[in-house]
Design a protein around this ligand. Sequence first.
Ligand code: GDP
Length: 307
Amino acid sequence: MNGPVVALSGGIGGAKLALGLARVLPPGALTVIANTGDDFEHLGLAISPDLDTLLYTLAELADPLQGWGRRDETWNFMETLRQLGGETWFALGDRDLALHVERTRRLAAGATLAEVTEHFRAHFGIAARILPMSDAPVRTRLRTAAGWLDFQDYFVRRRCAPAVGEIQYAGAATAAALPAALAALADPALRAIVICPSNPLLSVGPMLAIPALRSALQQARAPVIAVSPLIGGRAIKGPTAKLMQELGLAVDAAEVARGYAELIDVFVADEADAGMTVPDGVRLVTAPTLMTTLADRERLARAVLQS
Ligand code: GDP
């Protein structure tokens, strides 16, 4: 079966599958809608971590070990900033820095985030479309014992250490979804909508909190397929499991499937979770979902498209 595919993605986990999809689909068939709830302003720069991870990953420029930032990066800027007593808790490599400077300049000159992202996509030679979920600011915030924290303060500066009692997606309820994202989701030729194995609370949550995006998924004629970010009750990377536990959720793939129940047709879980139950109306498909190599990413992408 042919036709375009839309993927909803956060950063590292989502971008791995987005790359697999981009490589197995015809050029240009993939549109990725990205979370911007992690975006922030730092050192005067507009930073969009998930969009950047997607740009670098799909351009095959990403650092293969960290999953974020660029390969062959140098760190002269950070070293000098440290010498000068500047703020160094958020690492910005020299090459990466150019992207943030240029984004900030273009935004200040009146471009939208979607226009800037499209400009970068074209210049990196990426065939897939990459769309921010909205041009309006949405900011994920977390209530902890240390009070309400901005996302990057929690995630990077405090390394996800504070226990979280509540998550807020500030601005999401009134944010307009990007019209191009809604058009892609409503395309009658659409083959599938894939919710990538991203953090359901921090990466997919902000997207689904935009009312028009959520209803576009509910009304979509194409099958909606979610891939589990948990394997055997564990996250591959990041605070997904810790957060779910702190918020009183069960820490397993079945809980993720329940969270998506009213939106999805298919839940792709790892073979390790073959015995799990899924909500009524959702079909369970199992596949090897750990993406270590490029071949793993392509294999999972094919399994998702065939599910
Ligand atoms: P972030 O925005 O950089 O935190 O990245 P995402 O939200 O897109 O991805 C984080 C999630 O990806 C975590 O819950 C991980 O468990 C999941 N993840 C990372 N690598 C893999 C993988 O190879 N397979 C699966 N199934 N999940 C993964």
